[in-house]
Ligand binder design. Sequence first.
Ligand SMILES: [Ca+2]
Length: 162
Amino acid sequence: MRSFVVQPEVDWTKNLALKMPARQSTLYSSAVPASRAVDGNRNTNFHKLSCTHTQEKTGSWWEVDLGAVYEIWDVVLTNRDEAEERLKGFVIEVVRGGNTRQCASVAGQLEKGETRRITCTVGAIGNIVKVRLTGKAPQVLTLCEVEVFGVRGKSNLIDNIK
Ligand SMILES: [Ca+2]
């Protein structure tokens, strides 16, 4: 149940992450920037230059700064069509000023080339949306696209968050 006094209108056509500044835990190559996951292209073929790729490290992560604080409602992830098992066991976190809230936790993996809409728990409020692998083994994080939907900080809920 959401505790808004007035149900806010989420603009489901506005991807808040599109073309916003992105970064990730490690760079596989300077030719493979984190911005590939916010280029507006869900193409799942790594060789089409629209998917990210970290080095193979434990706790690999990727994040985008939305430029303003939002309550995040949905995050839509698109997985690669090869090595798809890499996007397995992860959390989506929403960060504001060092305060991290969990949007969702996914234990399993996304399928080959899958685009999945993941709904956040209530109160996932912040300007940074982060995808972080939680497995203990070193792993590459690859994301072909990350789309973020939510509502700007106008609701009573957001105003009242300490
Ligand atoms: Ca992309």
